[in-house]
Design a binder for this molecule. Sequence first.
Ligand code: NDP
Length: 341
Amino acid sequence: TRVLLTGGSGFIAAHTLDVLLKHGHSVVTTVRTQEKADKIKAAYPNYGKDKLDFAIVPDIAVPTAFDQAVVSDPPFEAVLHTASPFHFNVTDIQKDLLDPAVIGTTGILRSIKRSAPSVKRVVITSSFAAIIEPSKGFWPGHTYSEKDWNPMTKKDAEESPMAGYRASKTFAEKAAWEFVEKEEPNFSISTINPPMVYGPIIHNLESLENMNTSNQRILSAAQGKWKDEIPNTGVHFWVDVRDVAEAHVAAMEKPEAAGKRFFTVAGYFSNKEIAQIVKKHFPQYKDLPSDSTPGGDYPEGGKDAMYKFDNSRSREILGVKYRNFEDSVVDSIKSFQKVGL
Ligand code: NDP
């Protein structure tokens, strides 16, 4: 299949690109600069232009950003839209988070409808952020699934960068489903909704300081930043990046994935467990937290006192077999070691 993948320089997209190429697809990926394209190209020396090519899209918040990128020869049959800001380093929530997420999503759908009629499936990277009901806390007795929607409003989005990020994912996914309903394009969409994504980095990283947001906490644990206190875990759900990548490609390949959201969650974790795994496998690092270091644990009552999850749709339709947490953390750190940890 001829595929357009957006945001190829990202943590999840790099793995998605890898799976696409291994499955024999022909991929054009968008990146912001030629330099980023060159780095990805260098990682795949045996793939010619017919298998791996690039389009430069500097800013997805521009409504016409994808007008040219969606046009290709041979024409695209599928689009995987992963690009969206995931960081909390923002000054203007509207401009830095909401616009690139929402305009990026509606913009690419509009460009596809107008200029790429051969596209049959669009897979969009949404998030558990678009599922969770933040005000419910640990919500004992509730089982999160694809049926749930984050009820945040525009006003809630302004509360903090974290709220802004969650809102950006919620509003972008909503806008995508609304687009399909109103515009009745030639293509169907699927969304992948992962919680915290961990696992090895294979994208180009200049330095550890540029670590992608979700992996920052594993890095912090190994760097001795949790010595005196382990931070709150926040959301206790996680998934491995390799499984998220497989899910994206399966959602593109499988006709029965059309029109569905997929809550791709592997299970529970806590920051305390991250700390324990780091200590067990990498005792050489300094200032690691000990078993008595406070913080980062499950709430009182443990997992029984928390929300549950249903990942059956992703297992049954996409065939995802979820990796375990310990391997994911160990593989993450091994990959950070290559960048200087
Ligand atoms: P990364 O930060 O590694 O990837 C984000 C990608 O989006 C990068 O390629 C980035 O390009 C691109 N991007 C961001 N803003 C713009 C913009 N304005 N114009 C053009 N490109 C832009 O993070 P992840 O790989 O983790 O995130 C990928 C997707 O997965 C996002 O949609 C995110 O919301 C979603 N997600 C991630 C989770 C996680 O835990 N990691 C959990 C749930 C969902 P550049 O690097 O050049 O800035």
